[in-house]
Design a protein around this ligand. Structure first.
Ligand code: UD1
Length: 434
């Protein structure tokens, strides 16, 4: 089983380039099957989540071709849009965003049959808001035996949909289906994340008529057909945030290229409060820290609030800051599972309900760790890089779902990190790094 072996204590310095946004890519790749013409998508992150979704898309008959490592051509013409259409394989159940195929296929064929989504275990993660939205558009939705969602309609008809909870997934999924519905759909209390705007922009490039993405009211005027398009995905806000937190935790100096600084404001302002320096350029940010870090309070909120996907990384940095910090998780109920790992490294963190109370310590000590999910796994990598001694992190397949070439990028910044398979190799690594 592959594991990360990390010798901490190095100050990370240098430049790295951020990949395309995974969560935008997942919506955009699904949307691409909604036309029979070819779509060429650039800046697709080469991570296991996008490759898994592409395999599923290929599995239903679409033509998928990598033109280079980050450019994918998709042609949805070969999909048999009848009742034999079913998205189910051993992979698709592992990723959350398989649910975007429900909206995309329902919009295009008025029928979708998709295995229920998996994804990281960070809370209940229901899809009731998605299904309620489809029902409002006139679909009949069944969750059938074997964990599949079957949605069908004679003809989708635009509707007024109010989301009880702000949901990224439901907003994108309803937007996908509504694009090819008859008439006008309004999504109220919509999520405003940058990747929602990106999916809407891509759909509009394909001929959709979507207005208001990025605000809390999205208006979709249904069109009868979409056409092929070329599109480049926005940079990944969370990958960028991860390297920002890494720069601060290791008291380093990293120039993070290919970012949209505006998307990083919530993260930048917290890091500045903690005593770091963040310099914004047009499409890059430099993050530096030296000396002592200060405590602060963070509460996760839908965009433009502080992203839940950065909660674990920031708590890790705060665990090395002077004083008491409070981190409140208000989106998912099971997102503190990394805390017990940090505690084994010497962190002083107490979790009470959805609040983590962090008393900063001087240093972490390397330990054997297990990644509990994608983002928390990346936070443990940050902790290991900042720690004294060697850490070994298991279950790194979670991390590979969303971080492209994570170990290579970290090595290019001077980090001492390798992917190793056997106990013997880990033993050798420990002897080598001392
Ligand atoms: C997406 C992101 C994930 C991020 C999250 C919040 C993808 C593939 N994943 O996940 O990385 O952490 O947004 O920014 O883009 N909810 C319901 N019913 C539903 C749907 C959601 O109650 O039908 C609740 C959830 O339990 C959660 C909240 O709404 O408490 C927000 O979830 P949502 O924004 O939908 O997250 P995801 O789309 O799953």
């Amino acid at each position: 089983m592959e594991r990360y072996a990390i010798k901490g204590g190095k100050v990370l310095e240098g430049e790295i380039t951020i990949a395309g946004a995974k969560n935008a890519a997942l919506g955009i790749l699904a949307a691409a099957v909604m036309t029979d013409e070819e779509c060429i998508i650039e800046n697709v992150p080469y991570v296991s989540d996008t490759r898994t979704l592409l395999k599923a898309i290929e599995g239903i008959g679409a033509k998928v071709k990598y033109l280079d490592r980050h450019t994918v051509s998709i042609c949805g013409k070969g999909i048999r849009g009848d009742r034999s259409l079913s998205v189910d394989d051993e992979y698709i159940r592992k990723i959350r965003a398989s649910y975007y195929l429900i909206g995309a296929l329902l919009g295009k064929y008025s029928y979708a049959n998709v295995a229920l989504p998996g994804g990281c275990d960070i809370g209940a993660r229901p899809i009731d808001l998605h299904t309620k939205g489809f029902e409002k558009l006139g679909a009949k939705v069944d969750t059938v035996h074997g964990g599949k969602v079957v949605a069908e309609a004679d003809q989708l008809v635009g509707a007024h949909i109010y989301l009880d909870t702000v949901s990224v997934g439901a907003t994108i999924n309803i937007m996908l289906a509504a694009t090819l519905a008859e008439g006008k759909t309004t999504i109220e209390n919509a999520a405003k994340e940058p990747h929602i705007v990106d999916v809407a922009n891509f759909l509009n490039t394909m001929g959709a008529n979507i207005k208001g993405a990025g605000t809390d009211v999205i208006r979709v005027r249904g069109v009868t057909k979409l056409h092929g398009a070329e599109y480049s995905i926005i940079p990944d806000q969370i990958e960028a945030g991860t390297f920002m937190a890494m720069a601060v935790a290791t008291r380093g100096n990293i120039l993070i290229q290919n970012v949209i600084p505006k998307h990083l404001e919530a993260i930048s302002s917290k890091l500045i409060e903690m005593g770091a320096t963040v310099i914004e350029y047009d499409d890059s940010v430099r993050v530096m820290a030296d000396g002592k870090l200060k405590s602060t309070q963070i509460k996760t909120l839908p965009y433009p609030g502080f992203p839940t996907d950065m909660q674990a990384h920031m708590a890790t940095v705060l665990a090395l800051a002077e004083g008491t910090s409070i981190v409140t998780e208000s989106i998912f109920e099971n997102r503190f599972r990394y805390v017990q790992e940090l505690v084994r490294m010497g962190a002083k963190i107490r979790v009470e309900g959805n609040v983590a109370i962090i008393n900063g310590v001087q240093k972490f000590l390397g330990a054997n760790l297990t990644a509990p999910d994608l983002r928390a796994g990346a936070a443990l990598v940050i902790a290991a890089l900042a720690a004294e001694g060697v850490s070994v992190i298991e279950d790194i397949e979670y991390i590979k779902r969303g971080y492209e070439d994570f170990d290579e990028k970290i090595r290019s910044l001077g980090g001492n990190m390798e992917i190793l398979d056997t106990d013997k190799d880990i033993q050798k690594f420990k002897l080598r790094v001392g």
